[in-house]
Ligand binder design. Structure first.
Ligand SMILES: *Cc1c(COP(=O)(O)O)cnc(C)c1O
Length: 388
């Protein structure tokens, strides 16, 4: 990574960090190095690239750019967000224990409980609003603390600095899934996390056209271990996808500003609507973790969840079917507004009792507020709610 990128402000880094004009042609945009292998003059005599599972110049530019955006030293890209989490879990061994947020992306819950628990790793899901709960699960086998903030889909905020202090004291690795916030809104490494992970698929790529994951770390030894896993297990993205993400990131700061602005408008609108029971958005002053959100985030983003009065699943489905601008789909973070029903979609793999413990009720609707005109989004919500 270029050292001068450390001194740039976010919008400049988004466009320039880690990116050099192509030395052979001067092409300003990073070329798509669609190659599996690289010519060697004599065995071992190459220009730093041997085989594209190990390194690829398009991927390298993106990895360096992401490292700069998260104020880390090393970026690693994976074929999906889940492949990135998979690589992090492969740092562990049988007998190790993990303490995780209980209000978690469904796929993360699934890889923890259905895949890695079979390899002798134990997972504890705790309410991280309460640091005493975290401390009470620490023992000599605890190797990883895993947090998502804002949480999905309940929009709880976890205090990253407070968790980092506990992790440091007990020498436990601490990772944050920063998918919802993006490096524009918060930088967990600055607050003491060891690893930051992204589903690049979402806001970073930003255009609903790529599946990708990433990890950024500061520590070189940790980066080396992860690069070893990345190369050994092979869950790497192709250069076309890396190009699309490099292109998407060039507008990350502009998109996140508009997502946050529209998110605020929609959250306020929902809060005053007579058919709505609860609105979950960390920017509200009466949100239970608002003080923490204000301290660790630069703005509140475009994710908003809400429940309907009477909590009927049929009403939620009717509303979702009636949207005309909001599109019913899995995923989030693209320029277009999406809506989803966590209980039957993203979080269907979490048992109902577990779901309801964290407030994820049957009528909960999650919005990924896009960057369209906010007036059109409000009108769309109004007409959809009129159908119930
Ligand atoms: C989507 C998502 C993931 C998984 O990422 P993929 O790119 O879909 O594999 C992990 N964490 C969060 C918070 C997500 O939203």
């Amino acid at each position: 990574m270029e050292n001068h990128s450390l001194h740039m402000k976010f919008g400049t880094k988004a466009i320039h960090a880690g990116i050099e004009p192509d030395p052979s042609t001067g092409a300003i945009m990073t070329p798509i190095f669609q190659t599996s292998t690289y010519v060697q003059k004599s065995p071992g005599d190459h220009q730093g690239y041997e085989y594209s599972r190990t390194q690829n110049p398009t991927r390298k530019a993106l990895e360096n750019n992401l490292a700069a955006l998260e104020n880390g030293n090393h970026g690693l890209c994976f074929s999906s967000g889940m492949a990135a989490i998979d690589a992090i879990l492969k740092l562990l061994k049988p007998g190790d224990e993990v303490i995780s947020t209980n209000d978690l992306y469904g796929g993360t819950y699934r890889i923890f409980t259905k895949i890695f628990s079979n390899y002798g790793i134990r997972f504890h899901f705790v309410n991280m609003d309460n640091m005493e709960q975290v401390k009470s699960h620490i023992n000599e086998n605890t190797r990883l603390i895993w947090a998502e903030t804002p949480t999905n889909p309940m929009m709880n905020i976890i205090d990253i600095k407070a968790l980092a202090a506990i992790a440091k004291k007990h020498r436990i690795l601490f990772g944050v899934d920063n998918t919802f916030a993006t490096p524009f809104l918060q930088n967990p490494l600055d607050d003491g996390a060891d690893l930051v992970m992204h589903s690049v698929t979402k806001y970073l790529a930003g255009h609903s056209d790529v599946i990708m994951g990433a990890i950024v770390v500061k520590d070189s030894q940790l980066a080396e271990k992860l690069a070893f896993i990345q190369n050994s297990c092979g869950g790497v993205p192709g250069p076309q996808d890396c190009f699309l993400v490099l292109r998407g990131i060039k507008t990350l700061h502009l998109r996140m500003e508009r997502h946050s602005q529209n998110g605020k408008t929609i959250a306020a609108y929902l809060k005053n609507h007579p058919k709505i029971e609860n609105v979950y958005w960390p920017g509200f002053e009466d949100h239970p973790n608002h003080a923490t959100a204000k301290k660790q985030m630069r703005d509140y983003g475009g994710m908003v969840s809400f429940t309907l009065k009477n909590n009927r699943i049929a009403d939620a489905i009717k509303v979702l079917e009636s949207f005309k601008v909001f599109v019913l789909a899995e995923s989030l973070g693209g320029v277009e507004s999406l809506c989803g029903h966590p209980a039957t979609m993203t979080h269907a793999s979490i048992p109902k009792e577990e779901r309801e413990k964290v407030g994820l009720s049957d009528s909960l609707i999650r919005l990924s507020v896009g960057i369209e005109d906010a007036e059109d989004l409000k009108n769309d919500i109004a007409q959809a709610l009129d159908t119930i």
